[in-house]
Design a protein around this ligand. Structure first.
Ligand SMILES: *[C@@H]1O[C@H](CO)[C@@H](O)[C@H](O)[C@H]1NC(C)=O
Length: 153
């Protein structure tokens, strides 16, 4: 056996024993518009390799996507969201973190919910929404990048 395949197996064993989550099953991120007064939520999510495009969600509508973790544990998606033409927020919606995974459900669904006062992450175990991001003043940036992110937590 080559040393690199031995390393792979070791890393795999470590990952499996240190986590309840399945390495091979996909994760699903959901973003839902629960704004008041029929406001449109603009959502633009990206990773380093993928641009998921701009989606304008009506109230009650959700945008979701699925993916598998990369081997290096560096999977990262971020979203730009705007509830109107004068506020927005840009933040990490998925990264490899026990803190995030604890909020997601057993089928590896993670739910972000946009409300009038900001964006919440659903705690699926307690069935409550945890406030995470305040809307920031400013307008839609057409091509947001990782460097433009507001801080998490
Ligand atoms: C979404 O809404 C924005 C702002 O109103 C608009 O500029 C954009 O063209 C819309 N995009 C899509 C895909 O509908």
């Amino acid at each position: 056996m080559s040393s690199s395949s031995l390393l792979f197996i070791l890393a795999l064993a470590l990952f499996i024993t240190s986590s309840e989550c399945s390495l091979f099953d996909p994760y699903h991120v959901h973003v839902t518009n629960i704004l008041s007064q029929n406001k449109i939520l603009l959502v633009h999510c990206k990773s380093k390799d993928d641009d998921l495009g701009v989606h304008n969600l009506t109230v009650g509508q959700e945008f979701s996507w699925s993916f598998k973790l990369n081997f290096f544990g560096t999977t990262l998606f971020w979203c730009y969201m705007a509830p109107d033409d004068h506020s927005h927020v840009a933040f990490k919606v998925f990264w490899v973190s026990g803190k995030l995974f604890d909020r997601c459900d057993a089928a590896q669904n993670c739910f972000w919910v946009a409300k009038d006062d900001g964006v919440y992450l659903r705690d699926t175990r307690r069935n409550e929404d945890v406030y995470k991001q305040e809307w920031q003043p400013g307008r839609f940036k057409a091509d947001h990048n990782q460097g433009d992110l507001d801080t998490n937590d």
